[in-house]
Design a protein around this ligand. Structure first.
Ligand code: SF4
Length: 163
């Protein structure tokens, strides 16, 4: 898996202060995507142990609420295994930190993936230019949902996160 950036102290992509991983590759190709430079899966640099350690060092800090996985697209087939393993390891090491994941797919179509066992909040759906809302929290367009995954699994229906 390749990635473009590890952002420290990110206030924009999820609740609180977070470390965000921008992975390479996205097949969704939303019109006017904010990050088209990440579409090529071979762009960026290799996500190696050093990059993983950088994330873990951030998660060790008390004031960091958790990690946000975005891109690009963390759930592309070529990223999925490594993202799943990373999420599993984070939950084992940092059980008190939340994992947010941004996907162009819909919750209904990915809810049975193993990675969903580790995700706390899923921001789903493609970016739709005609529904763009610059003031909406954590989303780019109003079709996107900020889903509380744990509650949704328990209730067996989609429960949005309290903002
Ligand atoms: S899913 Fe995200 S990264 Fe992919 S094209 Fe859409 S907005 Fe861009």
């Amino acid at each position: 898996m390749n990635y473009h950036n590890i952002k420290h102290d990110d206030m924009l992509n999820g609740k609180g202060l977070r470390v965000s991983l921008f992975v390479s590759g996205c097949s969704c190709h939303c019109h006017n995507c904010h990050n088209p430079q990440t579409w090529d899966k071979d762009s960026g640099i290799l996500f190696d142990d050093k990059a993983k350690q950088e994330i873990f060092e951030e998660l060790e800090k008390d004031y960091i609420d958790g990690i946000t996985l975005t891109g690009g697209h963390p759930l592309e087939e070529y990223n999925l295994k490594e993202i799943t393993n990373l999420c599993k390891e984070i939950k084992e090491k940092f059980n008190n930190k939340t994992i947010w994941l941004y996907t162009g797919f819909l919750y209904e179509n990915i809810q049975s993936l193993q990675v969903m066992d580790y995700i706390d909040v899923l921001v789903d759906g493609p970016f739709v230019e005609s529904l763009k809302d610059k003031n909406a929290k954590w989303i780019g367009s109003t079709n996107q949902r900020v889903i509380d995954v744990k509650k949704s699994k328990t209730k067996n229906r989609i429960i949005l996160l309290d903002k």
